[in-house]
Write a protein that binds this ligand. Structure first.
Ligand code: HEM
Length: 350
């Protein structure tokens, strides 16, 4: 997992049709395949084209390496349900589980930071490379789709391989200790990837992404005493060990944790075995007029079935953490499987 995120949600333009959508996905695939190799978006790129025309590539990544760039695309519920008929001819192929998320207690959602027909999650180890990718994909979309909202993130909040140290979120706690790791193929198969015999067939090998922009009330949290902070999560702040004892990797003894601690409520044993792949990032967007930080967690979770997130989030309705956080943005997208040479993202849908 890389260090930086630029996430963007797009809406298709009003008069776009099936060909527009397919061509956009083809153009995005071509440009993304080049950028993940550290190349410019096209062969003429930033400086090789006509001096009389704006360059194909905006140029700020010239000379930079690929920086482990990955580009992940998703299809939102609204792509399948446009008002003026079945504009893209895909209504019948909508994944039955791709529904807008139900309302949850205590959320304060801003429509301007929620939803979107398409999403593009760009991750890279260099923020300039990540921003370059979204900027150029947005240029390529001109006249076909437009940026609806976007979010920068840094300092991954989840560990996804055994050799990574566990990073910390903006409350200062290790985050990602009990995550699904990339080498745990069995858990990925069971909890993250849509299987060949799941519905619909075109999504096999893909997943569902839930994004939640979660504001963290930093100043309030910073006035909470250490022992209470630890009780809220159910883990200690230094080592990240469960309060029931042991080290970071020791399994928590749930009955020894506060009944409403985050870990006790979110743990698979309290949720019929439900697990998700957390892949979030911290964000800071400056501060408000009172001098409070506009900061939080850009929570990204991958799952085989959206119900995994929904049931966990419902379970967290009595979380002690809720006093210190506010969900302000939301979105769900079906993520098609990766693409083979010569094909394009989401080809199986069409
Ligand atoms: C665990 C922080 C929101 C699901 C944890 C841990 C921390 C943490 C520090 C313990 C370390 C670890 O195992 O990763 C936060 C913060 C949040 C947040 C600061 C909001 C700002 C959520 C949400 C969900 C969630 C919205 C899902 C709906 C989980 C799960 C675990 C976990 C499944 C692992 C529990 C276990 O198996 O022990 N979180 N979390 N978290 N969190 Fe969150």
């Amino acid at each position: 997992m890389q260090e930086h995120l630029h996430f963007a949600a797009f809406d298709m333009m009003p008069r776009s049709d099936r060909d527009t959508l397919v061509e956009l996905l083809q153009d995005w695939t071509y440009a993304s395949a080049r950028m993940t190799q550290g190349l410019e978006v096209s062969a003429t790129g930033a400086v090789g084209g006509s001096p009389e025309a704006p360059p194909d590539d905006s140029g700020e990544a010239l000379g930079l390496p690929a920086a482990a760039l990955t580009v992940t695309f998703g299809f939102g519920p609204t792509l399948f349900e446009n008002e003026d008929g079945d504009r893209y001819g895909i209504r019948e192929r909508r994944p039955p589980k791709l529904e807008r998320l139900p309302p949850f207690l205590g959320e304060d959602l801003d429509p301007a930071q929620s939803g979107g027909d398409l999403c593009v999650q760009v991750c890279a180890d260099d923020p300039q490379v990540a921003v370059h990718a979204i900027r150029n994909l947005s240029r390529i979309a001109f006249g076909r789709a437009k940026l609806r909202w976007s979010q920068l993130g840094f300092g991954k909040t989840s560990r996804t391989t055994t050799d990574q140290h566990t990073p910390r979120n903006l409350f200062g706690f290790k985050d990602g200790t009990a995550n699904i790791l990339a080498d745990d193929r069995e858990a990925l198969r069971e909890h993250v990837w849509v299987a060949d015999d799941d519905e619909p067939a075109w999504l096999a090998g893909g997943s569902y992404l839930v994004a939640r922009k979660i504001a963290m009330l930093i100043e309030t949290w910073d006035r909470v005493r250490l022992s209470e902070q630890e009780q809220i999560f159910g883990r200690d702040k230094g080592e990240g060990a469960p309060l029931s004892g042991g080290t970071e990797e020791t399994a928590p003894k749930l009955s020894a944790l506060d009944e409403h601690s985050h870990v006790r409520l979110a743990h698979p044993d309290a949720n019929g075995g439900t697990r998700i792949l957390r892949r979030g990032f911290n964000y800071v967007g400056g501060n408000n007029a009172l001098g409070r930080m506009d900061a939080g967690l850009f929570f990204l979770a991958y799952q085989r079935d959206p119900e995994q997130f929904v049931s966990l989030q419902r379970r967290l309705s009595t979380d002690l953490l809720n006093e210190y956080i506010r969900h302000v943005g939301t979105g769900i997208w079906a993520i098609p499987a990766g693409v083979d040479e010569g094909s394009y993202i989401g080809a199986a849908l069409f």
